[in-house]
Design a protein around this ligand. Structure first.
Ligand SMILES: *[C@@H]1O[C@H](CO)[C@@H](O)[C@H](O)[C@H]1NC(C)=O
Ligand SMILES: *[C@@H]1O[C@H](CO)[C@@H](O)[C@H](O)[C@H]1NC(C)=O
Ligand SMILES: *[C@@H]1O[C@H](CO)[C@@H](O)[C@H](O)[C@H]1NC(C)=O
Ligand SMILES: *[C@@H]1O[C@H](CO)[C@@H](O)[C@H](O)[C@H]1NC(C)=O
Length: 415
C-alpha cells in the first residue's frame, strides 16, 4: 500500500517536472533600453536571458542594417564579426557575460538570469543602428526569442553648403525654391526665416516655416534679402546657413523732400542740398540734370544737361538703408550747390538707371529772400572769404556782424 502511494506521488512529481521542463523555453527577460552615446565613447547594450539548459553560445548579438541581412556580431562571449583593434589595444566589440543572478520574473518565478553585455567602443556614426539580441534555438526559429535595441550616436547638425540653395539673382515674378538639409543624429528639424525678421512670402506669411524646402512664388523686390536655414536636433547648438536672394528690378527714384521744393536766397553765398532717394537692383546709376528731363525709351538723355561734379556743384551718394524694414536698399543722392546764384534757380532732375529701366524725379529750387537751412549764419562769412565766386553782396551781408569779424574778414581778403 505504502509502495503504491509512493509510486503515485513519484508519478505526479515526475509528470509535473516533465510538464514544466517542456514549458520552459529560453527567454529574454528584459527590454533593452535605447542607448544614447556620444561619438568616441563606449556603448553597452545589455541582454538579460533565462537560458535554462541552453548553452551560452546560443545568445547572439546582431547589427541590423537597413536593406541588408542581419549581421551576426557574437555568439556567447565570442566575437564572430571582424573585430578591429583600436588605439590603446582595445577591441571594437566585446561581449561580457554576468551569470547566475536569481531574479523573480512574473510568469516564471525565481529564475537564473545571465546578462550578455555588448560593448561597442570608439563609437562613430556608423555604429548608430539597431542591434538585436537573439537566443538561437536550433531547429526552432519561431521559438528563438529576440529583442531589438537602438543605439543613437548623436551628432550635431551639419549643413552641407552643396545641398543648400545657392545665392541667386532672379527676375521679378520668378519662383524661388529654397532647399536646406543637414546631416545629424537624430534627424534635425529644418526651418527657414528671413534674416531681417520679416514674414516669408508664402501662404499665411509666417515668420518661420518648419520645412526643408520653401518656394517663394512670384517674387518681388520686397522678397530680396538673406534667408536663413536652421537645423536643430537638440545636440549642440545646431547649424545655420544663409542664402542671399537678389531680385532684379527697374529703378525708382523720388525726391527726398515733400513737394520736392527747395528754397534759398540767391547771390548771397548760401548753399543748398537737393536730395533724391533711389532704389533698384542692380544698384542704379543716378545722374543729376539741370532742367526737367523726362526719360523716354526711344530717346537718349540730354548729355549737355548733366551736372558735373565740380564747383559750385558736388554730387554725393549719402547712405543706404532698408526702407522701413523692407530690406530694399535705398540710396540717397545729394546735389549740393555752394553759393547759390540766380542762374541756379529752376528745376533739376535726378535720373536713376539700370538695365531693367529708368526713372526720374524733378526737384525745384526757388527764390527766397531769407536764407534757408542750418548753415545760413556761418557760411556767409566763411565762404565769402574762400569762394572766388563771392560777389559784392557778401560784404553787405557781413556788415551786421561785429567789428571783430569784419576786421578778420578784411584781413583775410587782403591776404
Ligand atoms: C548593463 O549592465 C551593466 C552591468 O550590470 C550595468 O553596469 C550597466 O549600467 C547596464 N547598462 C544598461 C544600459 O542598462
Ligand atoms: C510659379 O508658381 C506658380 C504656382 O505654382 C505658377 O502658377 C507660376 O506659373 C510659376 N511661375 C513661374 C515663372 O514659373
Ligand atoms: C505676380 O505678381 C504680379 C505683380 O506683382 C501680379 O500682377 C501677378 O498677378 C502675380 N501672379 C501670380 C500668379 O501670383
Ligand atoms: C519745373 O518742374 C515743375 C514740376 O515738375 C513743372 O511744373 C515746371 O513746368 C518745370 N519748369 C520748367 C521750367 O521746366
Amino acid at each position: 500500500m505504502a509502495a503504491k502511494i509512493f509510486c503515485i506521488v513519484l508519478f505526479l512529481a515526475l509528470s509535473d517536472f516533465l510538464l514544466r521542463v517542456s514549458a520552459i523555453r529560453p527567454a529574454i527577460v528584459e527590454n533593452i533600453v535605447t542607448e544614447v552615446r556620444p561619438i568616441d565613447s563606449t556603448a553597452t547594450l545589455n541582454c538579460s536571458v533565462a537560458l535554462f539548459s541552453n548553452p551560452p553560445e546560443r545568445v547572439q548579438w546582431y547589427k541590423l542594417l537597413p536593406g541588408q541581412s542581419d549581421k551576426a556580431i557574437s555568439a556567447g562571449t565570442k566575437i564572430t564579426e571582424q573585430n578591429p583593434i583600436l588605439q590603446g589595444d582595445m577591441l571594437k566589440y566585446e561581449v561580457r557575460s554576468r551569470p547566475g543572478r536569481t531574479v523573480f520574473i512574473p510568469d516564471m518565478g525565481y529564475t537564473d538570469v545571465t546578462t550578455f553585455t555588448l560593448l561597442i567602443r570608439r563609437l562613430t556614426n556608423l555604429d548608430a543602428a539597431n542591434y538585436k539580441c537573439r537566443i538561437n534555438v536550433p531547429g526552432s526559429p519561431a521559438d528563438s526569442p529576440e529583442v531589438v535595441a537602438t543605439l543613437i550616436v548623436p551628432r550635431e547638425p551639419f549643413i552641407n553648403p552643396a545641398e543648400v540653395t545657392n545665392n541667386q539673382v532672379v527676375e521679378e515674378g520668378a519662383n524661388v525654391t529654397l532647399k536646406c538639409s543637414a546631416t545629424s543624429e537624430p534627424p534635425a528639424h529644418i526651418s527657414w526665416i528671413r534674416a531681417n525678421g520679416l514674414p516669408l512670402n508664402i501662404p499665411g506669411r509666417p515668420q518661420r516655416v518648419y520645412q526643408s524646402e520653401v518656394t517663394l512664388i512670384n517674387v518681388t523686390k520686397y522678397d530680396r534679402g538673406v534667408y536663413r536655414c536652421f537645423a536643430n536636433n537638440n545636440v549642440g547648438y545646431g547649424a545655420k546657413h544663409d542664402v542671399r536672394i537678389d531680385v532684379n528690378y527697374a529703378p525708382s527714384i523720388r525726391g527726398a523732400r515733400l513737394h520736392n521744393l527747395y528754397l534759398q536766397a540767391p547771390e548771397r553765398n548760401y548753399e543748398i542740398t537737393l536730395e533724391c532717394v533711389s532704389t533698384g537692383y542692380p544698384d542704379p546709376e543716378v545722374t543729376f540734370y539741370s532742367g526737367t528731363v523726362i526719360p523716354r525709351p526711344d530717346q537718349p538723355l540730354p548729355d549737355s544737361q548733366v551736372i558735373k561734379n565740380q564747383f559750385p556743384f558736388s554730387v554725393e551718394r549719402l547712405r543706404s538703408q532698408g526702407a522701413a524694414g523692407t530690406h530694399v536698399y535705398e540710396f540717397f543722392y545729394a546735389l549740393r550747390i555752394k553759393n547759390v546764384r540766380d542762374t541756379h534757380l529752376g528745376n533739376y532732375t535726378c535720373v536713376a538707371k539700370n538695365k531693367y529701366g529708368v526713372d526720374a524725379a524733378v526737384l525745384k529750387l526757388a527764390n527766397e529772400e531769407v536764407c534757408q537751412g542750418p548753415l545760413c549764419f556761418g557760411t556767409s562769412v566763411e565762404q565769402s572769404a574762400n569762394s572766388p565766386g563771392a560777389g559784392h553782396r557778401s560784404a553787405g551781408s557781413c556788415a551786421v556782424f561785429s567789428g571783430l569779424a569784419i576786421a578778420a574778414f578784411m584781413m583775410r581778403r587782403l591776404l
